[in-house]
Design a protein around this ligand. Structure first.
Ligand code: SF4
Ligand code: SF4
Length: 222
């Protein structure tokens, strides 16, 4: 899922305070799972912003709502009236939802979150990065542990000399991804994979190679 973190209230306030009618708009999928951007969080955010408006003596109407996903056209239908009736939208979706809304509506769309990573729910309240969408997955060679997202240097033939007692040189609180990979391959009896030199990665498939698109011809032509 996509993980995000709410921006500081002050930063949000600076973006919206010049408008007269703002809709705080939640997205009930990924960012709701990490309790940052769903309709419930949008409601809480709207309440905080209303209090801020009173404190600052600013005349601004703040409403709140949400839909299942802000990255798909079909979900917007039920909220069209609220969106059209607002002067600006504070979207608590990830950056994808914010951009999708900005393409759909000729009005200011502001981000309530900082989109941070693609991650997993490790346990309630703890979300950890797992993938950087590199476009050329190497998990088959690394025992299912991603060296792109989880190694600080993104090295493909590790570990580096900074690995110590299973921890990464950047922090004693961060596991060395390559130690995890070695342990995992050892457990699987597949140290051959570790000893096989990984080829130079084609980073053109990564985000650094420019924006990407997936077209399913079978579905797109329906
Ligand atoms: S190798 Fe690439 S696609 Fe696979 S998990 Fe890592 S970042 Fe994601
Ligand atoms: S210590 Fe391990 S995780 Fe950290 S940069 Fe080196 S190989 Fe990567």
């Amino acid at each position: 899922m996509i993980v995000g973190e709410q921006k500081p209230l002050e930063e949000i306030w600076e973006m919206i305070k010049g408008h007269k009618k703002v809709l705080v708009f939640g997205c009930n999928t990924c960012v709701a799972v990490c309790h940052q951007g769903g309709a419930k969080e949008a409601e809480i955010m709207a309440g905080l912003l209303r209090m801020k408006a009173i404190q600052e003596s600013v005349d601004i109407e703040i409403t709140n709502s949400g839909i299942e996903r802000q990255c798909e056209h079909e979900f917007f239908e039920t909220s069209e009236d609220e969106i059209q009736g607002s002067e600006a939208i504070l979207s608590s979706a990830c950056g994808i939802g914010v951009q999708f809304m900005a393409e759909k509506y000729a009005k200011p769309i502001y981000p309530a979150l900082n989109t941070t990573f693609l991650g997993a729910v490790e346990e309630l309240g703890i979300y950890t990065e797992r993938c950087q969408a590199c476009g050329q997955c190497v998990l088959g060679q690394t025992g299912g542990i991603c060296p792109v997202a989880r190694c600080a240097k993104r090295i493909l033939n590790g570990p580096c000399g900074g690995s110590s007692n299973g921890k990464c040189e950047i922090s004693k609180d961060v596991d060395c991804a390559w130690q995890l990979i070695v342990d995992r391959l050892s457990l699987l009896g597949n140290m051959d994979a570790y000893e096989t030199l990984a080829p130079i990665k084609d980073w053109s498939a990564d985000r650094a190679g420019g924006p990407r698109k997936l077209i399913r011809e079978d579905m797109a032509n329906e």
